[in-house]
Design a protein around this ligand. Structure first.
Ligand SMILES: *Cc1c(COP(=O)(O)O)cnc(C)c1O
Length: 380
């Protein structure tokens, strides 16, 4: 069956529950046993819950995986994935991974004797050169944040396979509708379901998906041991969000393409970062591994931090905020928001100029979004 069909029907059979079209929300922390140890697959809700099981079924299906674990947040998933490692192991990580991913590696797991090397993974040779005898994991994120850098999933996960390292891809920015890393050779896909999978900015959740039964058992063990489990109602909401993922992504990509064309023509805009542009680094890789180029855009204006603040302030259609992937369009100004704590010189070294603005394009009318952006760009 095709993606759109599986997104709606996988993981749940209505006839298991009186024909109810939607999975019931099981608000039970414990499950009655008919005799000691005799139960119907569920004992205690940290280990599993039928609403969560239905969601995990659809998550595995839409990533073309076989097993999924839903977590209480994306970072909860990353935590259980990193706990596959032992003290003394080494991990190669994309140098522009999500800030929270960097933090849990740098501030938490490094203290437990796991070693990390941050590498520009847009270049395969860089990654090749970073492997060591104790390298046990490669952790990628593509497209990345906020410059939407593209890394070659197939080439890099093949490299990891040769070196017997587990490959992990954070697929949050693309969503499984646009990109399926397991098909390209990744061992594990992780998600912040908070973003496109939930899609309505009303849930924080994460997921880890794999085809490897042993890896899944270990991740599920780590999850049950540490406890980063999602609530049943949240599982229901993300399951519902997934049903419209395909149409939301199509509309978001359509809008993003129109906004990119508008930005390229605007005299105050000096650079546009979008994987669909021919001059974007690794555009060809993106064209190969993604169905479309996504609904995230970054651009630079010819202005100061204060000018950037003006462009993003007082917008009527765009919501000023730091997340992404919801039906509503969000914009943010890294120099004064997400990356304000980084000194200017370091920010610029990472390519984050004072006038950089990041857009998460939602599914409103493209005309309204463009008009509102035009007003912002003319406000300084
Ligand atoms: C938000 C995000 C995360 C973290 O997920 P939470 O659900 O906030 O814990 C990880 N990776 C990426 C790319 C994200 O955008």
């Amino acid at each position: 069956m095709h993606f759109e069909t599986r997104a709606i029907h996988a993981g749940y059979n209505p006839f298991d529950h009186f024909g109810a079209v939607n999975p019931p929300v099981f608000l039970s922390s414990t499950f009655q046993q008919s005799a000691p140890g005799k139960h119907q697959g569920f004992e205690y809700a940290r280990s599993g819950n039928p609403t969560r099981q239905a969601l995990e079924g659809v998550l595995a299906s839409i990533e073309n995986g076989e097993h999924a674990c839903a977590f209480s947040s994306g970072l909860g998933a990353t935590d259980s994935i990193l706990k596959l490692l032992n003290a003394g192991d080494h991990v190669i990580v994309a140098d522009d991974v999500y800030g929270g991913t960097f933090r849990i590696m740098d501030k938490t797991f490094q203290r437990y004797g796991i070693e990390f090397t941050w590498v520009d993974t847009t270049n395969v040779e860089n990654v090749k050169g970073a492997f060591k005898a104790n390298t046990k994991m490669l952790f990628l994120e593509t497209p990345s944040n906020p410059l939407l850098k593209i890394s070659d999933i197939e080439a890099l996960t093949n490299l990891a396979k040769e070196k017997k390292a587990i490959s992990v891809v954070d697929n949050t920015f693309a969503s499984p509708y646009l990109q399926r890393p397991l098909d390209l050779g990744a061992d594990i896909v992780m998600h912040s379901c908070t973003k496109y999978l939930g899609g309505h900015s009303d849930v924080v959740m994460g997921a880890a998906v794999t085809r490897n039964e042993k890896l899944n058992q270990q991740i599920a063990f780590n999850q049950n041991a540490s406890g980063a489990v999602p609530g049943a109602l949240d599982c229901y909401l993300v399951h519902r969000g997934i049903k419209t993922l395909a149409v939301r992504m199509e509309q978001g990509c359509d809008n993003a393409e129109r906004i990119v064309s508008f930005l390229l023509e605007h005299k105050r805009v000096t650079k546009v970062f979008y994987p669909g542009l021919k001059d974007h680094v690794n555009h060809n890789v993106a064209a190969r591994q993604m169905k479309r180029f996504g609904a995230m855009i970054s651009f630079e204006i010819d202005g100061s931090v204060a000018d950037g603040v003006k462009v993003v302030s007082d917008r009527r259609v765009w919501t000023l905020g730091e997340s992404l992937g919801g039906v509503e369009s969000l914009l943010e100004h890294p120099a004064s928001m997400t990356h304000a704590s980084i000194p200017k010189a370091m920010r610029e070294k990472a390519g984050l100029n004072d006038g950089l603005i990041r857009l998460s394009v939602g599914i409103e009318s493209a005309e309204d979004l463009i008009e509102d952006l035009r007003k912002g760009l003319e406000s300084y």
